[in-house]
Design a protein around this ligand. Structure first.
Ligand SMILES: Nc1ncnc2c1ncn2[C@@H]1O[C@H](COP(=O)(O)OP(=O)(O)OP(=O)(O)O)[C@@H](O)[C@H]1O
Ligand SMILES: [Mg+2]
Length: 403
């Protein structure tokens, strides 16, 4: 706008300066006339005052945010998609000095990040790809356990341009949890010994009675033989219980042969045929063609047996369907067993693979089935995992095909 001849040089200079941002907003331009120009300058002053107040409020707000950001006791940073850190708080900078594994020490190209090893970089990559926030536990090379939370920030094109990176050291909490689990396990061992004592005591009572009869009563040869037979039966029973426990504690070498997984499942189904029909269970098989694999047949059959027995024991409702599926995925063989039982309550989910953990009555379950199975699968460099809801449970065994 061309200013009127009545405005002084100083007024023009102030106007220009305020508009261009070289002059502070909190200055008033003198109103010398009461005509239109005077009104305009008056309005301009009002607007400058308003802008000045808004500017000050924004500054204060930014300062408050900065103070909160700095004051957060866990490390927090604003990161670029190439791991370049743009803004950090005090805790984050401290971790940089301590060379902690969970902070970014240098930029990196996420395209070259390996997908199979969990790392903060891989987590960033996942958030950029999925465009969703992510929280994950991670054990760093420095031996600490971390909880990492990443939140994406988008531009107008809905691309992730920045990421909020929040990390927490949960090593102490993990230790306490581990300690609690050990304590619970010890309690479970106590429970098991009660069960064992009960199981051993029963045949022992019979043996003692027969033995006392044998040495203190006159009896004919026939009765004597009966007594000796009973003693023998009791001793065999005790021997079996002890063998079961010993089997659990020793991890024997694998004896691998080339086998067909589908055949192994059929073998186990034949073994459990009676139980399956007695319990009115329908078996649905969805077998894919699986290449032969190098495995310890006996041990893998034992795993399948444990999982199938658990499924049979779990299904006590109206619908009793056991679905067994086999499939190949990325050179791994996936074998899944789904039942229509009541599911596994989430509060015990973490414990089901622990030795001696059982929810079955004393004497019925030793709680060794799944822990032995997990050990066997891990010996084969495989994985076993579970998903469960109130509609049923699925155990999946993943074995690398290595022939
Ligand atoms: N399919 C399933 N449905 C529901 N719960 C299950 C299922 N499989 C396992 N569980 C739970 O996991 C626990 C541990 O299973 P695991 O096979 O290790 O021991 P167990 O069956 O109790 O005893 P064992 O196998 O030694 O006779 C079970 O007691 C049960 O609570
Ligand atoms: Mg079991």
């Amino acid at each position: 706008m061309e200013f009127c001849y009545k405005t002084t040089k100083k007024t023009k200079y102030s106007f220009k300066g305020i508009v261009e941002g070289t002059e502070p907003l909190n200055q008033k331009i003198e109103v010398k006339t009461s005509d239109e120009i005077g009104e305009l300058i008056y309005s301009f002053n009002q607007m400058a005052k308003f802008l000045y107040e808004a500017q000050e409020a924004t500054k204060k707000y930014a300062e408050t945010l900065r103070t909160i950001f700095e004051g957060i006791t866990d490390p927090l940073a604003l990161v670029d998609p190439d791991c370049q850190v743009e803004m950090t708080n005090h805790a984050y900078r401290e971790w940089l000095k301590e060379e902690r594994a969970a902070v970014f020490h240098s930029p990196c190209n996420l395209e070259h990040i390996e997908n199979d090893t969990l790392s903060p970089q891989l987590l960033l990559k996942k958030v950029i790809e999925t465009k969703k926030p992510l929280s994950e536990y991670w054990e760093g090379k420095d031996g600490n356990h971390y909880f990492i939370h990443i939140y994406p920030i988008f531009n107008n094109e809905k691309e992730v341009t920045k990421l909020v990176y929040y990390v927490k050291d949960v090593t102490e909490r993990k230790k306490i949890e581990e300690q609690m689990r050990i304590t619970e396990k010890l309690a479970a061992i106590g429970q098991l010994s009660a069960g064992l004592a009960h199981e051993i005591n029963n045949p022992l009572g019979g043996i003692k009675l027969c033995f006392n009869n044998l040495i203190s009563t006159e009896m004919d040869e026939e009765t004597k033989r009966e007594h000796i037979k009973l003693i023998n039966k009791g001793l065999t029973k005790i021997q079996e219980i002890i063998k079961q426990l010993l089997d659990f504690s020793k991890q024997t070498e694998l004896i691998k042969t080339s086998v067909n997984i589908n055949d192994l499942i059929e073998n186990v189904l034949r073994l459990t045929e009676y139980l399956i029909s007695k319990n009115g269970i329908q078996v649905v098989k969805k077998f894919e063609k699986i290449p032969h694999m190098l495995l310890d047949q006996n041990k893998i059959e034992q795993v399948f047996l444990n999982i199938i027995l658990n499924a049979i024991q779990a299904m006590d409702g109206q619908e009793r369907i056991l679905t067994i599926e086999t499939a190949m995925k990325n050179n791994n063989c996936l074998i899944s067993f789904s039942d229509t039982g009541p599911g596994i309550p989430s509060e015990i989910m973490e414990k089901i693979f622990d030795p001696f953990f059982t929810t079955k009555p004393v004497g019925q379950g030793t709680g060794l089935g799944l822990s032995v199975s997990k050990a066997i699968i891990e010996q084969h460099n495989g994985k076993i995992y579970v998903s469960s809801s109130d509609k049923g449970t699925t155990f999946t065994v993943e074995l690398p095909s290595n022939l």
